[in-house]
Design a protein around this ligand. Structure first.
Ligand code: ADP
Ligand code: ZN
Length: 624
């Protein structure tokens, strides 16, 4: 459908934004203050500057932004960035402006006048980069507006949102498939930090980019240490983990429900931690306030549902903790990926237990949707469980899920403390035969708690009422502790040897149970190691705060710069990292530049920031 032609206003003649830089290298140095491209950035930028399309799969923190920002600065016209979240747009636009780039956004938070100003500026070619939400591109008014100006490149960020098989599907993305017809000749880039091979194919198909070059970087995030431990006393475990983190470290704790978010944040505050809650049930003002504190102040712990984080660009998130099981490996990878964008050591920690498996299976069971849909959710969960229960390297499992081979990493819990396995065949048989007997002899089914009581020969009211002490299997599992049994059941559920049913999560034999009962299928189990929350896989001590890699003599300079940065950020109402990242402060503390000229050797200081902050920074360094 062709967009209705809007009359161009007589006062503004359409004019493409002129190219700001002759070469990509010039833009990189002048705007960002970096002297070399990383990885495939240069190749991606060349492809797009030459007018070709590109599909870019690159992990968080690898530097996707410059891949579309620089083509927009080198080509004539305005770069259009399709980005799914308003919070992200604001931060990116702030960061670009701080570097002297003429960036704007169009979204629903704007007053009509403000929008009109941006529209006029676009048509007169005064904008380098324009951010819009995907739903805007479904509006004829926006398409009409864009047609009145001139686009240099179209970037589709978080491109995996177009995939219906992925975990983050957004219907508005489907309409991005005809951008090639609406804006012929404008090169397009699709970018994402998370895609299985299937999602990757779907991105190229649905966005109709048959001739695009594909750039697939390794998804590995070597600075993130992965740790998953069995859930026993989740609050205590979480607290121990948080206390093991360096002073002033910011992080996110993800929980599934709003209630658990509120309770956990409250609990952490009573323990003296600076924790805030974030979920969709809080009013917009509270959410904005909490988010602003997380971005602006040091060391805030955000307890949140997954509604928080997409589009949070904060580079120095030091840990991401999950106290409930994520629904898919893609979700887990994306959530944990919010740690350590700046490349400094970070931790992804999770506590996971039997209750999580039962709850998630039940949620899938009760979810609206057809069989195919439920099957897909089940497959997502199975892959997540396999990651939790693996006795091999977590990272290898994770990367394998995204179709990438790797060796054992040496920086995950199973690499640092290889788990023992034990033969779980006999316990599995005892449990299964208890379940089968109850079903066959009494027509009954129970959840894990009561089954463990029967196996351990407990004397509970329910057992005497139901006369379950007369069952042949009563007490035959007294050799294992309650915790051991819960570990067995969790692992059997994870492998489908057991299935949980109905509202109460009653247990029944799954398909492979027959082979276990007959002794044909071995049941090797992972021996749970408890209470590693604070230990960092046993051997690692407290990790370093942002300045610890510096010589002792440089640390006071770093701290003085950090204080100066906080003041600047507060004055301007922007997150500290928009002023300067930690890496830039570290380089300043190390090299202690004395003249404005010396500053150009410091990564992260382009022309605009040198003008804006150069003198102040030199003064801080001179006086500390
Ligand atoms: P992504 O969008 O892939 O998560 P960003 O574009 O936010 O990553 O970049 C991550 C970090 O790497 C940012 O702090 C950015 O300034 C930095 N960065 C990107 N490219 C370079 C480069 N060529 N040299 C040095 N730092 C870079
Ligand atoms: Zn490993």
């Amino acid at each position: 459908m062709p967009p209705p032609a809007e009359p161009a206003r007589a006062s503004v003649a359409p004019r493409p934004a002129p190219a700001r830089f002759a070469t990509a290298g010039d833009a990189l140095r002048t705007v960002y203050g970096f002297d070399a491209f990383r990885g495939e950035q240069a190749a991606i930028i060349d492809q797009v500057v030459d007018g070709g399309d590109a599909v870019v799969l690159m992990p968080t923190g690898a530097g996707k932004s410059v891949c579309y920002q620089i083509p927009a600065l080198v080509r004539e016209g305005t770069g259009l960035v399709v980005s799914p979240l308003i919070a992200l747009m604001h931060d990116q636009v702030d960061a670009l402006r701080a570097n002297g780039v003429r960036a704007e956004y169009l979204n629903s938070t704007q007053a009509p006048q403000e929008r009109a100003r941006v529209e006029r500026a676009y048509v007169s070619g005064e904008i380098d980069l324009l951010y819009v939400a995907p739903e805007r591109l479904n509006s004829p008014a926006t398409v009409g507006l864009l047609a009145r100006g001139s686009l240099s490149v179209i970037a589709i960020d978080e491109a995996h949102c177009v995939s219906q098989w992925g975990h983050d599907f957004r219907p508005d993305y489907l309409a991005l498939g005809d951008l090639d017809e609406r804006f012929p000749g404008v090169p397009r880039l699709a970018l994402t930090a998370t895609a299985t091979p299937a999602t990757h194919r779907e991105i190229a198909e649905r966005l109709r980019m048959p001739t695009a070059r594909h750039f697939v970087a390794s998804f590995d995030r070597p600075n993130i240490q992965y740790r998953i431990e069995p859930k026993v006393e989740p609050r205590k475990q979480l607290l121990a983990f948080l206390r093991s983190q360096p002073e002033g470290a910011a992080g996110i704790v993800y929980a599934l429900s709003r209630k658990s978010v509120d309770q956990t944040a409250q609990y952490l505050r009573t323990q003296g931690l600076d924790a805030l809650a974030y979920h969709a049930g809080l009013d917009a003002e509270t959410r904005a306030r909490h988010q602003a504190r997380f971005l602006r102040d040091d060391g805030v712990i955000m307890v949140a549902t997954i509604a928080f984080g997409m589009g949070i660009d904060k580079p120095d998130v030091r840990f991401v903790a999950h106290i409930d099981l994520p629904k898919s490996v893609e979700g887990y990878y994306q959530e944990t990926g919010r740690a350590g964008r700046d490349g400094d050591p970070s931790v992804a920690w999770m506590a996971y237990g039997l209750g999580d498996v039962v709850q998630q299976r039940r949620m899938i069971d009760q979810s609206p949707g057809d069989r195919t849909y439920k099957m897909r959710l089940g497959q997502h969960l199975d892959a997540m469980l396999a990651l939790c229960e693996t006795v091999g390297c977590r990272r290898q499992n994770l990367l394998g899920y995204f179709g990438q081979d790797s060796g054992a990493c040496g920086n995950c819990d199973t690499c640092l403390t290889p788990p023992e396995t034990w033969d779980g065949l006999i316990p599995a048989q005892k449990l299964l035969s208890t379940i089968v007997r109850l079903q066959r002899e009494r027509g009954q089914a129970f959840g894990a708690g009561h089954l463990v009581d029967i196996l351990r020969g407990a004397r509970t009211e329910r057992i005497s009422q139901q006369r379950h002490d007369e069952l042949k299997t009563y007490g035959i599992g007294a050799d294992l502790s309650e915790q051991d049994w819960r570990s067995v059941i969790r692992q059997l559920l994870a492998r489908g040897i057991l299935v949980a049913k109905g509202e109460y999560g009653t247990l029944a034999p799954g398909e492979p149970a027959g082979a276990v009962l007959s002794g044909e299928a071995p049941v090797p189990l992972r021996r749970d190691v408890l209470g590693r929350g604070g230990g960092g896989g046993g051997s690692r001590a407290r990790r370093a705060p942002a300045s610890a890699s510096l010589d002792e003599a440089d640390q006071p300079v770093f701290e003085a710069l950090r204080t100066w940065r906080s003041e600047q950020a507060r004055e301007q109402g922007v997150p500290a990292y928009i002023v300067f990242g930690d890496a830039t402060l570290r380089a300043l503390a190390e090299h202690r530049p004395r003249t404005s000229g010396d500053l150009s050797a410091i990564p992260g200081i382009g022309e605009k920031k040198r003008e804006a902050y150069g003198e102040a920074v030199l003064a801080v360094i001179a006086s500390s």
